[in-house]
Design a protein around this ligand. Structure first.
Ligand SMILES: [Fe+2]
Length: 326
């Protein structure tokens, strides 16, 4: 990978911002950056949302939310061989359902309790930390990822170790964005990613070849339609917009594309044990190369809640296509 820029990826990594003024417990710590009044916190949170939307990863060296040590130890205490047939354990907060585990009832009940608590604590943290989005998001799945990522035997489109942007087959976002929060629970091993934060670069270089013009509305104009995009994000069953259909294709196209996989100027990121990071994975192309025992919570942020809608993939793709996509 000649164009891969390898970095020790500690605090100087240009792809991520180390957040050092928000801790658990207590929240914002720097009086000039939010420890004081509510307006300061709003301004600091809004600035960080803008960075996130532009393709930065927000990084916390220590847990910024509650996660009881006995619950972490339970998750790390076994190999979870029951999960080999599944990609992950998933948890859907809206109806308190956990899937992907097929072991004994006692373990299942305890695991369910832990992922339920995990999801609730992350949401509580985000409601304060990402306050511009609070109450506007749609809470999506959480997951427990105990299997080693390196060398997993998955079909090409399901592989985590190929660079891609995320798109959900059954949960169209209609222009909304996919925010994911990860924690590396492993006691000693980092979780290693490759990432490309510049969606504009990826889209300019590959969207046309992936067939973008075929997905654009035939008589579309560039008249803004955020409310139309956003309408229905909270509905149970949503139809796909041309944007959703293109992003599903783009996910597969990027994994299939040898030039993109070999030659794109990605960064190597090492998330150390105990680290938490959050990223819009519909805009930041990413590949999980190695790592074991991670937790993850997904939230869908509707277009009207974005603080920098011009950075949203649907807006970038509409500019390239010169046509409306949602
Ligand atoms: Fe992904």
């Amino acid at each position: 990978m000649s164009n891969t820029k390898t970095t020790a990826a500690k605090m100087r990594n240009p792809n991520w911002i180390a957040v050092e003024d928000y801790k658990f417990p207590g929240g914002w710590t720097d009086p000039t950056a939010g420890g004081g009044n509510s307006a300061d916190k709003d301004a600091r949170a809004r600035a960080l949302c803008r960075e996130l939307e532009a393709g930065k990863i927000l990084f916390f060296a220590k847990l910024p939310y509650k996660f009881p040590s006995d619950e972490r130890e339970f998750l790390l205490s076994r190999e979870w061989n029951e999960l080999r047939l599944h990609k992950n354990v998933s948890y859907r907060p809206a109806d308190d359902v956990m899937r992907g585990f097929s072991g004994d009832h006692g373990t299942e009940t305890h695991l369910h309790h832990i992922v339920r608590n995990y999801s609730a604590h992350v949401v509580k943290f985000l409601s304060d930390f990402l306050r511009p989005y609070a109450g506007k998001w749609k809470l999506d799945f959480a997951s427990f990822r105990p299997l080693e990522e390196q060398g997993r035997d998955l079909s090409l489109h399901k592989r985590n170790d190929l660079l891609h942007v995320d798109a959900f087959r059954l949960r169209p976002t209609r222009g909304g964005r996919i925010l994911r929060v990860f924690t590396n629970l492993h006691a000693t091993k980092p979780r290693v990613w490759y990432a490309i934060g510049d969606f504009g670069y990826v889209a300019e270089k590959y969207a046309a070849d992936a067939g973008l013009s075929r997905f654009a509305a035939k008589n579309g104009s560039l008249r803004r339609s955020v409310s139309r995009c956003a309408a229905g994000l909270g509905l149970a069953r949503l139809s796909r917009t041309p944007y959703d259909r293109f992003m599903l294709r783009f996910h597969d196209y990027l994994k299939e594309n040898d030039d993109f996989q070999r030659n794109s100027p990605r960064l190597r990121l090492e998330f150390p044990p105990g680290a938490t990071w959050m990223v819009f994975t519909d805009g930041v192309a990413h590949a999980a190369m190695s790592g074991q025992f991670a937790m993850e919570q997904t939230l869908l942020i509707p277009p009207e809640a974005l603080v920098a809608p011009e950075s949203a993939p649907y807006r970038i793709l509409e500019r390239i296509a010169a046509a409306r996509l949602c």
